[in-house]
Design a protein around this ligand. Structure first.
Ligand SMILES: O=C(O)COP(=O)(O)O
Ligand SMILES: [Mg+2]
Length: 230
């Protein structure tokens, strides 16, 4: 007997439409029908991947905020807090800059452990202020994230695998950016979509020929049913 391997999916750049924005609706059915755990591992704020699982109709297995928040379906773990990143955001604003998400800022509104800044905002002053607080700034291609260097998606994934009881060596990960490198390091097989950044491409076992959801769907097709079910 064979079964599906556990899946680890990034959102932005990976489940997105070919033009780069919005979830490609073709990913919903394969995710829903997958007969093994599907972990959503993202830099987005906690509610976004929870909502994605909810609307896809799959259990909520979530690494959010680049590993700052981990949800096993039973327990939530916070591996960082927002305080220092918030202080960086306030200094950045006091220096005349803006986070770039508008007045109500739904990008950061429910974010618990880091701060995201719009890519159109100047990054150098942000990096300088973040360094003063001992934080790093990473560019996912969708936002700058001001974060603690410690937590990452890969460690969050390990927590979920242990809790749910699957073998990470059997897991298949797909991603597109530097925040997926730690995932690629702990998952047995890793794929970077064609639109991935250099860090993700270097870390992946294989770089796909297709961009965004087209790349991811090609992986799902290939790996479906490839796990030996003992
Ligand atoms: O939040 C981001 O900047 C990117 O999100 P992702 O990790 O799902 O690609
Ligand atoms: Mg991404």
């Amino acid at each position: 007997m064979t079964a599906d391997p556990p899946l680890v999916l990034d959102i932005d750049g990976t489940l997105t439409r070919p033009e780069g924005w919005g979830i490609d609706p073709r990913v919903f059915d394969p995710i829903r029908e997958w007969d093994a755990p599907v972990v959503i591992a993202t830099g987005k704020a906690f509610p976004y991947p929870v909502a994605l699982c909810h609307f896809a109709g799959v259990p909520e297995l979530v690494v959010a905020e680049n590993g700052g928040v981990v949800y096993t379906g039973d327990d939530v773990f916070f591996t960082a807090d927002r305080e220092a990143a918030q202080a960086v955001a306030e200094e950045y604003r006091a220096a005349g800059y803006d986070l770039g998400w508008g007045r109500e800022d739904t990008v950061n509104r429910w974010r618990e452990t880091e701060i995201a800044v719009n890519l159109e905002q100047p990054v150098e002053p942000l990096r300088e202020i973040a360094a003063d607080y001992g934080l790093e700034v990473i560019d996912t291609g969708y936002a700058y994230h001001v974060k603690d260097a410690d937590p990452n998606k890969g460690e969050g994934l390990e927590v979920i695998a242990e809790h749910v009881g699957f073998d990470l060596a059997e897991a298949v990960a797909v991603g597109d950016s530097i925040n997926d490198v730690s995932t690629f390091e702990v998952a047995g097989r890793s794929f970077a979509v064609k639109n991935a950044d250099e860090a993700a491409k270097r870390a992946a076992d294989e770089v796909l020929e297709d961009v965004h959801a087209d790349g991811t769907l090609s992986v799902l097709e290939r790996v479906r049913g490839t796990r030996e079910d003992t």
